[in-house]
Design a binder for this molecule. Structure first.
Ligand code: IPD
Ligand code: CA
Ligand code: CA
Ligand code: CA
Length: 262
């Protein structure tokens, strides 16, 4: 692989934050937790991980801009590049002692995602990709699955929590999709959902209300693994609409017809 130095900077920051998160995860019952909204938690672990990532990335690339879930936005001297960071995707799992959560770091250049890292520290699985260089998990190249029959395929989504107004639409999606496929999973980390489609672990993923930091790294990993991604409403921008659908190439059209009710 001929990856740029940026990927190494991103992987190093993800590993460092991952070590801090694994330590906090072992003593999760002692963590200080607060609620940002109904069913929307943030803990000291999220904030510590974000501080670690920001310090690492800003030291290595001081001119880049920054947007992080817990730390807000900062313009950089270089207006064309910025980091998009979710220090802990899957906070609810983390706080319940479920080992399914990840660090997500993406690099945006001139409005396009050019590199992404999704690190599952509990399982030591580092998913990463750079534009034009393919997608990887640890030392191995990853690719989407080739399953093309809906009835043999499994899909993942996120079900809105805390009484969110987009719940009915997701329940309608599920009512159409579940009879047509081999199963639907709701794991609780959108970043890992996208990485898992990239790794061929399941065939597709959609979700109706996400933030840029949930998706940015996973999107490039999935694209570079040969997957197709789009906004739920064709023509919209994925990151700003917050609605995403992605799948292997063989199933994308059938899957998107069901989800888009087309
Ligand atoms: C959440 C996860 C989850 C998704 C939620 C996100 P967080 O991120 O990605 O899978 O369904 O919408 O908010 O809050 O754990 O970083
Ligand atoms: Ca959150
Ligand atoms: Ca998230
Ligand atoms: Ca988060």
């Amino acid at each position: 692989m001929t990856l740029s130095a940026n990927i190494n900077v991103m992987k190093k920051a993800a590993r460092k934050a991952g070590r801090s998160l694994v330590k906090d995860f072992r003593e999760v019952e002692n963590l200080q937790v607060s609620m940002k909204g109904a069913g929307d938690f943030v803990s000291r672990a999220d904030i510590a991980a974000e501080e670690i990532i920001k310090a690492e990335l800003m030291e290595a690339r001081p001119s880049y801009g920054w947007v992080g879930e817990e730390g807000g936005e900062e313009a950089g001297r270089d207006p064309t590049r910025r980091w998009i960071v979710d220090p802990l995707d899957g906070t609810t799992n983390f706080l319940h002692g479920l080992p399914h959560w990840a660090v997500s770091i993406a690099l945006e250049h001139k409005g396009q995602i050019v590199a992404g890292v999704v690190y599952d520290a509990a399982k030591d699985e580092m998913f990463f990709a750079e534009k034009g260089e393919g997608a990887w998990m640890n030392e191995s190249r990853i690719r989407v699955s080739s399953r093309s029959r809906m009835i043999e395929s499994i899909f993942a989504t996120g079900v809105p929590f805390g009484g969110r107004s987009d719940l009915p639409a997701t329940l309608q999606d599920l009512a159409r999709l579940m009879p047509a496929c081999a199963g639907v999973r709701r794991w609780g980390s959108a970043a890992l959902d996208l990485a898992y489609v990239a790794a061929g672990r399941y065939e597709g993923f959609w979700e109706r209300r996400l933030n840029a930091w949930d998706m940015a790294a996973g999107l490039i990993i999935l694209r570079e693994a040969g997957g197709l991604v789009d906004a739920l409403r064709p023509g919209e921008d994925i990151l700003t609409s917050g609605e995403v659908i992605g799948a292997n190439e063989a199933i994308f059209e059938q899957f998107s017809k069901v989800i888009r009710n087309a």
